[in-house]
Structures are given as C-alpha cells and as structure tokens.
Design a protein around this ligand. Structure first.
Ligand code: 13P
Ligand code: 13P
Ligand code: MG
Ligand code: MG
Length: 373
C-alpha cells in the first residue's frame, strides 16, 4: 500500500539580535524573515505556507511543507533568513547580533549550529488543530510539567478519563540533554518512573509524544519539542535555549483547552537573568512577551492553527485571554518573592547548571586561596 501523503511542520527558531539588550526582536528583523519566506513561496514549491512571530528576543519560523523532517533545503532556507536578519542586526548594533548562529556557514542541518528545531511529519486528519508554543528565557525542560499534565494527568485532561479514544494514554520519548541518550516510556503504565526522569529538569526533557494505537507513527504523533542545548553546542554561555514545541489537539489527542490547561501552574523553570535563575513560566499574549523585569520572568507564547492541505489557517494568540490572568498574577507574585533571594539558591540555579556560564571563571579566580581544613 503506498504511504499516505504527509504534511511536515518545521518550527525553527533563533535569537539573532534584539533591543534593548535581550528584550524583543525589532519589527524590522521580523520583516526581513517575512520577506525572505514570501519570496520563497512566490519563486519555488518548497513551502506550502509559513508564519513568522517572536517570543521576546527569539524569532520563530513556522514552515509547512511536504519534505519530511531534517530536510536540508528547509533548514537552509531558515538558516539563510536568520543570517540576513543577523547582518541587519550587526549593521544597526542591535544587541546579541547573530547570538544563536554558532557557525559561519550552513552545513546541511541547523541542529548543533545554534538554532532550535521542533518538527513533526504527520498524516492530516479530517480536521487538524495544531498548537505551536515558544518560550523565552528558559530551557527545554520548561515543557516537562505542562506536557506531563496535558498528556498524562487525569486531573488536568478530562479526555484521559471520559474519552475512549484517549483513555489508553500516550507514549513519551525522553532525552538526556547532556548525554544524547533517549528512552521511550509508556504512560500510564510507567508513569512513576517516567516522573523520576521528567522531574529531573536539570537533565531530562520530553522530546516526543505519540498517542497509542494500531496506526502508523505519522498518524499517532502528538507532540514534538526542541531539546537542543545552545550552551552545550557552543561550549560557553551565549544565551538560553528558549525552546519551541508543537502539539496536535482533539480527536484522540487532548483538546486545545486541555493542552493549554497544562500551562496554568506558574511552575518554576531555569533561565531568566543570564540564564542562571529559577522563576515562574508566565503564559502571555505575544504582545506581552516583553521580558523586562530582571530580563523576565520567563515567558511562553502559544499560537493555534488549523492545518488544512498544508495551509496554516489562523493563528489565534492562545494566551491572549483573561482566563490566564490568574496564572499571570501568581507568576508575578512568585517572581517578586523569588527575587528577594538575590544571588542565593534556589533562585540562582545550582552549580552544575552554571557550568556553561561565566560563574566558573569567578570560582577559578578563588581556587588558589582555598586551604585544607
Ligand atoms: P465542541 O462541542 O464545542 O466541539 O467542544 C467539544 C470539546 O471537546 C471541547 O473540549
Ligand atoms: P536570551 O537567552 O533570551 O538571549 O537571554 C539571555 C540573557 O542573558 C538574559 O539575561
Ligand atoms: Mg538574546
Ligand atoms: Mg531569548
């Protein structure tokens, strides 16, 4: 039987310059990416559709095509757009110009070269709601708690209890972000040991989720997350990973509102000032993704589409709703409380998490002065 035609959504992101400091992407840079992709749509058949947005100082490209994941041409298209925007940022002395572009030229795939990538190839259903999430001032494990809640917690997701197409649960692929290892686990059967990994946010992150069933993986795929560690790739502190994620909703997956419900905890994540502080992840409208208090607190923006024959209808700005005001207020209270700790843990992240910051230099300078006791 011939394989069914698939749609691929590639979300590729990079911070290539911002103003002032690490706050937001200037409109002129978003326009460069818009123009780059508009031209591509007009001149070739690479893309079916695209959407450009930002979360704080990160540019997010949502690319719809039929070329599958890890496609060289799609990655190169994104890379070239980011290079153009970085050039503009350099000319205008915007902050962190070219920050996430770790190489001078493209080498076949943007992974390991700085930009973050979440991709999903799937067979379109009768109707396919697709949600794209983008964070600023945090790392990939920021998604662990919301995704666990949405896909595994029956107190969050009613479908796990009352929808026969969802009650079997989901399979999770979890990666060790420092050791390039992955493990696939089945939920609810392995929920407790899965939580042992997902709760260790300094090391493990959700990479992919599938619903269970007889269909192919391209029909069952429910979620894909960018888990690249920017500072591990760079070998030094250049900025935070600021990850993206893609989720499919409804009809055997959690409903749109069940996925969004996962983001109502005001949970603590790593990132914030200098990528070195714990703070609450605040769900906001794109217009409010302006991380200014102590360069934060960390933000997440959600964009909701209907995918139809490769076209991206929408999006709706998912957290632009008063029903998230309560979570935002809690985030602000927690942010204020955490700030009172100044340089003390657990506001400042642990020594292990500071490995790729400037902290080791401070410690090195003191090394000679330590005496045995
Ligand atoms: P509608 O009846 O509006 O389609 O909603 C069904 C549903 O599943 C909401 O989560
Ligand atoms: P970004 O990772 O968003 O560039 O922020 C870096 C930083 O150091 C903020 O204080
Ligand atoms: Mg930046
Ligand atoms: Mg950023």
């Amino acid at each position: 039987m011939p394989e069914e035609k698939t749609t691929t959504i590639s979300v590729i992101k990079a911070d290539v310059g911002s103003l002032p400091g690490h706050v937001i992407v200037p409109d002129c840079m978003l326009e460069i990416l818009e123009e780059h992709l508009r031209k591509e749509m007009k001149e070739s058949k690479l893309l079916n559709d695209y959407y450009v947005f930002n979360c704080g100082d990160d540019i997010e490209l949502v690319l719809s095509h039929n070329r599958g994941e890890d496609d060289e041409k799609i990655h190169e298209l994104a890379w070239n757009g980011f290079m153009d925007a970085a050039e503009h940022a350099r000319k205008n002395k915007f902050y962190g110009a070219g920050q996430d572009l770790l190489a001078d030229s493209f080498s076949g795939n943007v992974k390991g070269q700085g930009p973050g990538v979440a991709e999903m190839e799937f067979v379109e259903r009768k109707s396919d709601p697709l949600l794209v999430f983008a964070c600023d001032k945090t790392d990939p494990a920021a998604f662990n708690l919301p995704l666990f809640k949405a896909f595994a917690d029956p107190f969050n997701t009613a479908g796990l209890v009352i929808d026969p197409s969802t009650t079997a649960g989901f399979e999770f692929e979890i990666v060790d972000v420092y050791d390039s290892k992955k493990v696939r686990m089945s939920c609810p059967e392995e929920m407790y040991s899965m939580l042992a990994l997902l709760g260790t946010t300094s090391r493990y992150a959700v990479k992919r989720i599938w619903k269970k069933g007889e269909e192919s993986e391209k029909e069952r795929v429910a979620c894909s997350v960018c888990t690249e560690k920017l500072n591990v790739s760079a070998g030094k502190y250049v900025g935070k990973d600021d990850p993206v994620a893609i989720c499919r909703a409804q009809s055997g997956m959690p409903a749109v509102g069940e996925i969004l419900e996962g983001f109502t905890t005001a949970h603590l994540v790593s990132g914030w000032m200098r990528g070195s502080h714990k703070g609450p992840l605040m769900p906001v409208a794109r217009a409010d993704a302006s991380p200014t208090r102590f360069d934060g607190p960390p933000r997440v923006v959600g964009k909701g589409f209907q995918v139809s024959h490769g076209k991206l209808h929408g999006p709706r700005d998912l957290f632009a709703d008063v029903s998230f005001d309560h979570t935002r207020k809690q985030c602000m209270e927690i942010a204020h409380y955490m700030r009172q700790h100044g340089p003390f843990e657990p506001h400042r992240v642990s020594e292990k998490e500071l490995e790729y910051t400037t902290m080791p230099q401070v410690m090195d300078a003191l090394k000679e002065r330590f005496e045995d006791i």
